[in-house]
Design a protein around this ligand. Structure first.
Ligand code: ZN
Length: 266
């Protein structure tokens, strides 16, 4: 039995470290505690020479619905521009890029909702395996009036034209649509997700680890030379600007009022 009170749990399966998001009751909403524990779990896997591949997974019906907005509202609603910048640069942008730059191959398995920051997190991994019931969206421009999520990885994993449709509409894309758009490697029956993804990770783990490490570095450099890092960094700055627009304030207030009204009716 895993401890449901811990936001992250891990298991070692041969040379594969599987890291589980472990807040199924909250659709794996990413709280500050979860993000910090996730970063620690990746750091431990990095420094363990017996681990060759990291597999990111999530307990429950959904991979992740995004950042924990309840916690954000309760603890950070009054943040200044400076405080929000520092918080998001460390917890959202920095932790994500550490997964992108992780020196060993990473695979993520996705079921159910993979939305907003859930989408951002999953796409930091090298390979993506989706269950048939998985769906993907980044609706935060529509729902919050912010310029997408903090790390604008979208055009890099699905192409510019697809990313524009995905972000401009905020629509949900099925696992099959995601496969066709190019940001999912494989779609598997939901019941087979754990086993199929583990088999893929174990296959990768058979390769000589130093060669894999430098191969990943070279592959990532192929997008670095096209400006990945500068583009992501520039978007983070504009994303912060969008957080302090009048439009953002109004959109967020309307969203909160609607959530409170729904709560009152329930
Ligand atoms: Zn933000």
């Amino acid at each position: 039995m895993h401890q449901s009170s811990e936001p992250i749990s891990t298991e070692t399966l041969g040379a594969v470290r599987r890291i589980w998001l472990n807040r199924p009751e909250a659709r794996n909403a990413q709280s500050q505690q979860m993000l910090e524990a996730l970063d620690q779990a990746f750091t431990q896997a990095e420094h363990d020479p017996a681990i060759r591949v990291v597999l990111l997974a999530a307990r429950g019906a959904h991979f992740s619905a995004g950042h924990d907005l309840k916690q954000a509202q309760a603890e950070r609603a009054e943040f200044t521009v400076e405080q929000r910048w520092a918080y998001e640069e460390k917890h959202y942008y920095g932790y994500c890029l550490r997964i992108w730059d992780f020196p060993k191959p990473t695979v993520v398995q996705v079921q159910g909702a993979c939305m907003a920051a859930g989408f951002m997190l999953a796409n930091m991994c090298d390979l993506v395996v989706a269950a048939e019931d998985a769906f993907f969206s980044d609706p935060v421009t529509h729902t919050m009036g912010a310029a997408a999520t903090e790390v604008l990885i979208h055009p890099w994993v699905m192409g510019l034209r697809q990313a524009k449709e995905f972000l401009f509409t905020g629509a949900r894309w099925s696992a099959q649509q995601a496969r066709e758009a190019g940001f999912v490697n494989r779609v598997v029956p939901t019941a087979d997700l754990d086993a199929e993804t583990l088999a893929l990770a174990q296959r990768i783990a058979q390769a000589p680890p130093f060669a894999l490490r430098v191969l990943k570095k070279s592959l990532n450099r192929s997008v670095d030379v096209r400006g990945l890092r500068e583009a992501l960094s520039a978007h983070f700055d504009l994303h912060q600007l969008s957080h302090v627009s009048e439009e953002y304030r109004q959109t967020k207030e309307a969203g909160l009022a609607s959530a409170i009204a729904k709560g009152a009716r329930a």
